[in-house]
Design a protein around this ligand. Structure first.
Ligand SMILES: N[C@@H](CCC(=O)N[C@@H](CS)C(=O)NCC(=O)O)C(=O)O
Length: 274
């Protein structure tokens, strides 16, 4: 098993410090991870006192969340190309939660992993001492347990763009250029473009929410796999989809958790050939 420890981002730490120094700011809920003892924070009258206290054990950093994810098949000890794993990592990043990655070679699943999840699928995350599989369940559980910053997508918007991934796979696997799979994908992307034009730039408006963290990695796979195997790109006639992908792909959290293009290409090869 390969592991990598990811530390809380500087912004998580600094927002916590800022809250205690600027009295009128509301605390981020995840302040609890740095100790959660608001009453004893009142003791710190100066910045120096607070910083000194933060370096002591009473402000021990939160325990990293263990996340089992797919390993790269092209480079040792690197994150692999699972869009569901990236969705979970994006959620952890956007919520400024530290995590430990456990990389699993899905081509040779170790015994310890199958004991944790007999189905043999990633991602799996340890929450409240229980291993939780499935990115839908994990994202929802993280939202409930760590509601700040909120990433919840209103239920009426949660299925926006939900057919893009399956139509992308249909087109990618297709060997007949006239079987309608390209058009089916274009129809889904076109509806998404219309939706974003009216409601964007993200699915829930100005701020990124859970549904974007699910769609982003899938669109990343679409862009790389269709570019490689079909020399196909999202048409310029869908500018809102193009701006959407650009905005998501350039987020720090996305850059930090994205798969290598070589892995995405290798990962889809069996489907293309099969
Ligand atoms: N519905 C699951 C799907 C997870 C899934 O299909 N993961 C793939 C990797 S991307 C997997 O673990 N496949 C098992 C295998 O390849 O043996 C979720 O959202 O987490």
């Amino acid at each position: 098993m390969s592991t990598a420890r990811i530390h809380p981002t500087a912004s998580a730490l600094s927002s916590t410090i800022k809250y205690h120094l600027v009295p009128n700011l509301r605390p981020p809920t995840n302040v609890v991870v740095f100790g959660g003892c608001h009453s004893h924070l009142k003791r710190f009258r100066t910045r120096r006192a607070l910083i000194l206290a933060m370096s002591s054990s009473s402000f021990a950093p939160p325990k990293p969340i263990e996340a089992i994810v797919k390993a790269s098949i092209t480079v040792p000890d690197k994150l692999g190309d699972c869009p569901f794993c990236q969705r979970v990592l994006l959620t952890l990043e956007e919520k400024h939660l530290p995590y430990d990655l456990k990389l699993v070679d899905l081509g040779n699943k170790p015994e310890w992993f199958l004991k944790i999840n007999a189905e043999g699928k990633v991602p799996v995350v340890k929450l409240d001492e229980k291993w939780v599989p499935d990115s839908d369940v994990i994202a929802q559980s993280l939202e409930e347990k760590y509601p700040d910053p909120p990433l919840r997508t209103p239920p009426e918007k949660a299925s926006v763009g939900s057919k893009i991934f399956s139509t992308f796979i249909g087109f990618l696997k297709s060997k007949d250029p006239n079987d309608g799979t390209e058009q089916a994908l274009l129809n889904e992307l076109s509806s998404f473009n219309d939706y974003l034009k009216e409601n964007g730039p993200f699915v829930n408006g100005k701020e990124v929410s859970a549904v974007d963290l699910s769609l982003g990695p899938k669109l990343y796979h679409l862009e790389i796999a269709l570019g490689h195997y079909k020399n196909w790109t999202i048409p310029d006639s869908l500018p809102y989809v193009k701006s959407y992908t650009k905005a998501i792909f350039s987020k720090d959290s996305f850059v930090k958790t994205r798969a290598l293009p070589e892995d995405v290409i290798a990962g889809w090869r069996p489907k293309v050939l099969g």
